[in-house]
Design a protein. Structure first.
Length: 378
């Protein structure tokens, strides 16, 4: 790391604030809670969806402390947090009522992206494709593209928020990738902003994983996705040494999950693109890997099965992080890395959607091979 100074007090403050305030959200079960039994729901008891609200409150607390101490590296985070308010409000309305249509939430995400574009410099600077980069000089091209990307990031984060610790853990890995790049590129402002988000998510994760005492909710998922998109823009805008596709490689897992969900719903099943279903990768892992493992135990536990899902998909995020770091300044290699991960994602998905008898044969073959290896070692 080439930074001349590093003061990480704000990371500890962010985690502490969220960790201390989170019980307030957990106790609010009279409203803003999620009942079990829905199409995409893996939990077993009514759970508060207001964890994201605490993350937002923690963000403003950290920013306020930074302003009172004249800590300039977090000064640029305030316009971003304020720009996110429309999508936070739309997500919170969904958390409280369960009756806000996806199109209205996406409109709110576009509104937040537009505010950030005009008030916080949140505009895609480049894509490292010569012809496309020349077109990005035109506001009527770059602004809609930016707003589409930011709204897509909000939606992608929300879609993977289906198992204890999954969305928050995956987001911590993604923000970690931004922090690593900002560190070696001597970009203290982006580093401070990314580490603040990691601290906020760590405070939440302590309550969300493994038992799932509280959920991010739509407000939290949209806010986290919005901040990832905006910090990605800032990292690329401030540092020409890194490829614009670095941040896309970091987010390859939620991007692939979203695009595959759209393909599955629209092209394969002929359903609305935003209609919920039980066929996300994390729900398949729960039903076809985690629960079968639990059924082999003396006392099967759905909560324990839920907790088995996120670590398997955190490995996807770590794989994307490793590829992004290794290929950080090679655009074409990053394209290949993203394509390679997409193939890996589809392969993993197809393994889980096989008919039951094929899956049983597959697992039996794996267990036989393991038995042979153990015998050979003994």
């Amino acid at each position: 790391m080439t930074l001349t100074h590093f003061d990480g007090w704000y990371v500890a403050l962010a985690a502490t604030c969220v960790g201390i305030l989170m019980p307030i959200a957990i106790r609010f079960r009279s409203f803003g809670y999620d009942e079990p039994g829905g199409v995409q729901k893996l939990h077993h008891a009514a759970t508060s969806r207001l964890g994201g609200v605490i993350i937002v409150i923690g963000t403003f607390i950290v920013i306020g402390v930074a302003r009172t101490t004249d800590y300039a590296d977090l000064a640029g985070m305030l316009p971003l947090a304020l720009s996110a308010l429309p999508v936070i409000v739309a997500g919170l309305a969904e958390d409280l009522t369960g009756d806000v249509r996806p199109r209205y939430r996406m409109i709110a995400a576009v509104m937040s992206a537009a505010i950030a574009s005009f008030c916080a410099g949140g505009v895609i600077p480049r894509l490292d494709i010569p012809l496309v980069d020349s077109l990005l000089r035109q506001p009527w091209i770059v602004l809609p593209l930016t707003w589409f990307m930011v709204a897509g990031s909000c939606n992608a984060t929300n879609l993977i928020d289906g198992a204890n610790g999954l969305a928050s853990g995956a987001a911590m890995i993604m923000f970690g990738g931004i922090a690593v790049a900002a560190g070696w590129l001597n970009d203290p402002k982006t580093l401070a902003e990314a580490l603040t988000m990691i601290g906020l998510l760590a405070g939440f994760l302590a309550w969300n994983y493994p038992r799932g005492h509280v959920f991010l909710g739509d407000a939290g998922a949209y806010f986290v996705g919005f901040m990832y998109a905006q910090l990605s823009i800032r990292l690329v805008a401030r540092n020409d040494e890194i490829s614009a596709w670095y941040v896309i490689m970091l987010a390859a897992y939620p991007i692939c999950d979203t695009l595959f969900a759209m393909y599955r719903r629209g092209a394969v099943r002929g359903r609305p693109l935003m209609a919920p279903d039980r066929l996300h990768l994390h729900t398949l892992i729960f039903r076809r890997v985690a629960m079968p493992i639990e059924r082999r135990t003396a006392q099967p536990d759905r909560v324990r099965a839920n907790a088995r899902v996120a670590p398997r998909l955190w490995l996807h995020g770590l794989l994307c992080l490793a590829l992004a770091i290794v290929l950080h300044d090679h655009t074409f290699a990053l394209w290949l890395g993203i394509a390679g991960y997409a193939i890996f994602y589809v392969y993993q998905y197809r393994l889980l959607v096989r008919p039951r008898w094929q899956r049983e044969q597959l697992w039996a073959g794996i267990e036989r091979r393991r038995g042979v290896k153990r015998s050979a070692v003994s």
